[in-house]
Design a protein around this ligand. Structure first.
Ligand SMILES: Nc1ncnc2c1ncn2[C@@H]1O[C@H](COP(=O)(O)OP(=O)(O)OP(=O)(O)O)[C@@H](O)[C@H]1O
Ligand SMILES: O=c1[nH]cc([C@@H]2O[C@H](CO)[C@@H](O)[C@H]2O)c(=O)[nH]1
Length: 294
């Protein structure tokens, strides 16, 4: 089967976790871990867990961090042969603080991916996965870590014009970058309620309101999650909702990416929209409760 192309960030997450409630200026004991991250890699890991073949189109540095990340991916069966490995750009990094009150703050340094620009997309036009005349027709998971300029060019350019495109903003801070892609005919958006609100320029109260709102703005298909509250999907005016299982939350980083990977994986096996929504919520529940490894 054609692999899913995961396009976007592959970087190291440095995450500080503490059971204490954190606020600005807190300095508390806790644990600091370094794990592979970046939305595109998180989605690839999720797809690999479902046995879905995938390939990374990303940029990493030709350095210890980049080499180790690609090796981690390969060990899980993820294709890395088409990733752009830069001689002069360093591998990107993300750092986050998680307390009893959830994600307190995070900073993403994805500047190397941004600077690599459309070099990461070369395999889509040089014949490896497609050409300008015969663009790639398979599933693509695209993250919003790409620069705003490149995302704008993707909306009009040849690279992903025929793909079954699944798009995730990398963070609320980058949600606006996706605006140029909103009306792409083959696109599905996976956003949380906050990101949906930022794209809408409004404050939807529920995932269903947000999904309807984005559909009204011309999005072909939307899936909106809202933490422990009901998630929704919308296509052609039909809105579905489903409630996440109640779980004890041990970690929050990456839940949305896990949801998206599961949703894509079961749809490739023919799942209908309601079943795909349920599968996404089940996988996310396992993720936040710590039942599946990062
Ligand atoms: N507190 C929670 N309790 C139960 N399930 C949760 C909780 N937080 C997240 N989830 C599960 O994870 C899914 C995605 O969460 P959320 O809407 O917070 O996405 P997100 O903000 O994109 O996640 P992240 O940025 O952490 O990857 C939810 O639909 C739900 O299934
Ligand atoms: O701007 C970004 N923020 C967060 C992420 C990734 O999302 C995950 C947290 O939801 C985490 O793995 C981080 O690397 C990213 O790739 N870009």
């Amino acid at each position: 089967m054609t692999p899913v192309l995961c396009i976007g960030s592959v970087l190291w997450d440095v995450i500080g976790r503490t059971p204490a409630h954190m606020s600005v200026g807190s300095d508390v004991p806790g644990h600091i871990i370094r794990v592979p991250g970046g939305v595109a890699l998180n989605i690839a890991f999720g797809l690999a867990r479902f046995g879905v073949g995938c390939e990374l189109l990303t940029a990493v540095g030709r350095d210890i961090d980049g080499t180790a990340l690609l090796e981690e991916a390969r060990q899980r069966g993820i294709g890395t042969a088409h990733a752009y490995v830069s001689d002069d750009l360093p591998t990107d990094r993300y750092m986050a603080i998680e307390g009893a009150n959830g994600l307190v703050a995070a900073i993403a340094d994805a500047h190397s991916l941004e600077r690599a620009d459309d070099k990461i997309l070369t395999p889509l036009v040089d014949g490896r996965f497609g050409t300008e005349a015969a663009p790639f027709e398979g599933v693509v998971a695209l993250d919003g870590n790409l620069s705003e300029g490149l995302l704008g060019r993707i909306a009009k350019g040849p690279w992903l014009s025929a793909a079954d495109l699944r798009i995730a903003p990398a963070s609320p801070g980058k949600a606006h970058r996706l605006a140029p892609l909103l009306r792409m005919p083959g696109a599905t958006f996976y956003v949380n309620l906050e990101e949906a609100g930022l794209l809408l320029g409004a404050r939807p109260k529920t995932a269903a309101d947000a999904a309807r709102g984005l559909s009204d703005r011309g999005a072909a298909r939307v899936v909106v999650t809202d933490g422990p509250r009901p998630a929704a999907s919308a296509r052609d005016g039909v809105v579905l909702t489903a409630t996440p299982p109640e779980v004890l939350v041990t970690r929050v980083t990456g839940a949305g990416d896990t949801f998206m990977a599961a949703h894509i994986a079961v749809e490739r096996d023919g799942a209908e929209p309601a079943a795909a929504l349920e599968a996404g919520l089940q996988a996310a529940a396992q993720h936040v409760s710590g039942d599946i490894a990062t």
